[in-house]
Ligand binder design. Sequence first.
Ligand code: AMP
Length: 397
Amino acid sequence: MSKLSITDLNLKGKKVLLRVDFNVPMKDGQITDDNRIVEALPTIKYVLKEGGKAIVFSHLGRIKTEEDKAKETLLPVSKKLEELLGQKVVFVPVTRGKELEDAIASLKDGEILMFENTRFEDVPGKKESGNDPELGAYWASLGDVFVNDAFGTAHRAHASNVGISSHIEKSAAGFLMEKELKYIGEAVDNPVRPFIAILGGAKVSDKIGVIENLLKKADKVLIGGGMAYTFYKAEGLEIGTSICEEDKLDLAKELIEKGKDKLVLPIDNVVAKAFDNDSESKVVKATEIPSDMMGLDVGPETLKLYADSLKGAKTVVWNGPVGVFELPSFAKGTKTLCEMLANLEGAVTIIGGGDSASAAISMGYKEKFTHISTGGGASLEYLEGKVLPGVAALTDK
Ligand code: AMP
């Protein structure tokens, strides 16, 4: 990579500002998936082992009012980090001021503290999300060097990434950031072929840029999930009550024309009367969706077609479930796809974050992929070929 790496820095005795992405899913104050914390451990451990003083920070959720602050505190996340790290993590419940500065001053080499949710600075004044220069400069003043390991927010220019990078001498990528950029970057820019992309999820509109870019780069783009029905309708097929974006029909038509044989649509579907796990369902061909039913999963013939298209693949990038995997009756397509990818020999398999990552992890395939991205929006923008501001702001080698 052309950007400074954490391994290029001398960390001994340094106050190391370490931006991580601990925006983890929570329910009733409990963390429901600690993957993002686990993935940041190698960088944190490295800083501590090298004798740095780790000052860790992250955003969590969105803060729009003072009341949001109580439920978006990072305190439970710091406890989880302490447990996973097996070392005391001092939690500082503020984002600036004397309490934070004193806590940093009393850190010894190899010790770690974590301060409160960076987005607490969004009320009032959107200082974090608006990349307020005073805030970026202040946070930068608290440390000697900056390590950015928050790939999940690298597509945003915020005070806690771009702001700090602009006000400190050295900003380097952490190990997770490097891993994300390496796998996704190589897949898109220099894939070992055949390179197959699989795109699903609810809407075409979220993934237009990705489909366009991957149609240029991949050997095949397999489409599944709710977005398939906008393509069907663009082709003049009956889609019943399936999800559809009427205002994207022209675009879908254009993509079908551009994609030609490269763009592979589902040839059969599991349809149901209602968006309900217990709704009566059946498998129908693409051309036979009843007017009073909706497509909620890809059918068995489509899965065979996916299997054929994936035969011999050397690079696979997948983003978006191919059915409503949250409802067990319509999870078969997504689960079978996980299984297929898990059994592909000699292929680099990458999940581009978001719902397909949670689907694969919850279905027990976490260890079966070469790389599961921790960034949903960021990996989509990277797959689109966009420059990520958080990465661009790092110091050049
Ligand atoms: P995305 O965030 O765009 O990747 O979309 C993920 C969501 O798409 C998941 O919540 C799925 O339940 C949903 N999804 C997948 N297939 C369908 C479908 N056929 N109809 C409606 N929603 C779907």
